[in-house]
Design a protein around this ligand. Structure first.
Ligand code: NOJ
Length: 544
């Protein structure tokens, strides 16, 4: 074996998340499908992304829109057929795009044949594939564990007199990953798709895969306040991120490593110091434990500087960073930070050190859509109303053009379109050189050409007022990023800093020379190629 000289593709890549129900409807039923995604691949190629992660497209009763799988080895007819998926993978590969599937190992649908068999009797050979417990002495649930989607995490099966555990909906029973047969069966599912040519997986709720085998009660959360979602009442000490989960993750990684050049991403909502454990011992865990810092951070330069530095400092040696700006579970970034700052956010995402993941439509500035009560589809919102947990608003159809259904479908889509889809759409944005879309496309291209942005260290991150500054460096190539997170102009004296503007949020000053002073309009950002003799504006400590 020859030693690897090039970094793996996924360290250079930009990942794009497609929510298949909402990307492109090809068969006219108001729901997106695989043929629709295939038709739109040239758009993604044009944007310049390298890999596309598809949220679940497997057979499912769709109680949680595909995160409740009843057959891991087939495509749901709503989305098409296995042949459609093969065609999508082939077309993507033809364009140089990789395809990542969503792997949902923590739970199945209650309609999965494994669960049906498991619930048949206490003696079922598959009983132990799920987590069954006797009732407590009073006949109630075995312990106090809560479902994230509301109520107890235990559901009584009257026929057999035992409860089963479900971290999410009762229609999503948790698999028992302590059972080696479950492990073997799920590894085989991964191999099935890897052999079919998929380039890797995003693993759903990776940190949930192991729970306490003594089923101890979770402790009260001392920070719980009235108005917080009920799930937050307890700290999930015994039901998630539990001892042994890293062994399970290492097992998933070993399967991925049986194939060349595949990628394992973990969905993990944990504090940074716990998150980084998922890189695994000797980095034999997830290649990329998703870093959701930017989804939750307050939008201020000092706060982002602090959090980026904390994340970089926490990374294990050799752990490659990654950044996420939006996903199908969290409010749209353009709504979180505002339209103007969405441009700054895109520049931040695409200039930080590490693999970025862009959520479909965020490159247009699609906003969180207000969903009328009679059109709410999300089971979380339906089960736990009144806490603003609903995810439908971030899952609305892709806005392709100003047509009746935005070019998404020929019929009324499954979720409503926003009225501003007539102005915020691909057709308008791609024709406007100053659009967010074109900014993203230029950032992606610049990143690809610029070794410092793609692979360099991240140095000297700091905030000066509302301006966030950091340097990316790779060999002699050094790039300074200056982002104005505020609503007022900024004028910084940066003695000894010299270079020229490679890219600007407002494009106005591209090519201009920088010499000792950086001026930024409100919500503007600059990517500055530093001259060889330039100083850097703040600090010298190198991270990464
Ligand atoms: C995380 C997924 O991203 C979310 O959409 C889903 O509801 C839960 N996992 C349960 O699978």
């Amino acid at each position: 074996m020859t030693a690897r000289t090039e970094p793996p593709w996924w360290q250079r890549a930009v990942i794009y998340q497609v929510y298949p129900r909402s990307f492109q409807d090809d068969n006219g039923d108001g729901v997106g499908d695989l043929a629709g995604i295939t038709r739109r691949l040239p758009y993604l190629h044009g944007l310049g992304v390298d890999a596309v992660w598809l949220a679940p497209i497997f057979r499912s009763p769709m109680r949680d829109f595909g995160y409740d799988i009843s057959d891991y080895r087939d495509v749901d007819p709503l989305f098409g057929t296995l042949a459609d998926l093969d065609a999508l993978i082939a077309a993507a590969h033809g364009l140089g795009l990789r395809i990542l599937l969503d792997f949902v190992p923590n739970h199945t649908s209650d309609e999965h044949p494994w669960f049906r068999y498991s619930r048949m009797s206490r003696e079922s050979p598959k009983r132990d594939w799920y987590i069954w417990r006797d009732p407590a002495a009073d006949g109630g649930p075995p312990n106090n564990w809560l479902s994230e989607f509301g109520g107890s995490a235990w559901e009584l099966d009257p026929a057999t007199g035992q409860y089963y555990y479900h971290a999410f909906l009762s229609a999503q029973p948790d698999l028992n990953w302590r059972n080696p047969q479950v492990v073997g069966a799920m590894h085989d599912v991964m191999r099935f798709w890897l052999r079919r040519g998929v380039d890797g997986f995003r693993v759903d709720v990776m940190w949930h895969l192991m729970k306490d085998d003594r089923f101890r009660d979770n402790p009260e959360n001392p920070a719980y306040r009235h108005g917080m979602p009920p799930y937050r009442r307890l700290l999930p000490l015994y039901s998630a991120d539990f001892d042994g989960v890293q062994d399970i993750v290492a097992g998933l990684r070993r399967v991925v490593d049986e194939f060349d050049d595949r990628l394992l991403i973990g969905e993990i909502y944990l504090p940074i110091e716990r998150l980084v454990a998922y890189y695994g011992e000797r980095l034999g865990g997830a290649h990329l434990p998703f870093n959701f810092t930017l989804l939750e951070a307050a939008w201020s330069a000092p706060e982002i500087a602090r959090q980026v530095a904390a994340y970089e400092a926490a990374l294990p040696l050799g752990g490659w960073p990654n950044w996420v700006l939006g996903n199908h579970d969290r409010p749209r970034v353009a709504t979180r930070v505002g339209r103007a700052q969405a441009r700054v956010a895109a520049m931040l995402l695409l200039t930080l050190r590490g693999t970025p993941t862009l959520y479909y439509g965020d490159e247009l500035g699609m906003e969180q859509v207000k969903i009328p009560p009679d059109r709410v589809r999300d089971p979380w919102e339906r089960n736990v109303p009144g806490f603003g947990l609903g995810r439908d608003g971030a899952r609305t159809p892709m806005q392709w053009d100003a047509g009746r259904f935005s070019g998404f479908s020929m019929v009324e889509p499954w979720l409503p379109l926003t009225p501003d889809a007539t102005v915020i759409n691909v057709a308008v944005a791609s024709a406007d050189p100053g659009s967010l879309y074109n900014l993203c496309a230029r950032l992606v291209r610049t990143r690809r050409r610029n070794a410092a942005l793609q692979l360099g260290t991240l140095d000297a991150i700091a905030a000066r007022g509302d301006v966030l500054l950091f340097v990316r460096a790779h060999g002699p190539s050094r790039t300074l990023v200056a982002l104005n997170l505020g609503a007022s102009p900024a004028d910084l004296r940066v003695a000894g800093v010299r270079g020229h503007v490679l890219l600007a949020c407002s494009a106005r000053c591209e090519g201009e020379t920088i010499d000792g002073r950086i001026r930024l309009a409100p919500a503007d950002g600059l990517v500055i190629e530093l001259a060889p003799d330039s100083q850097i504006p703040v600090g010298t400590a190198s991270i990464g």
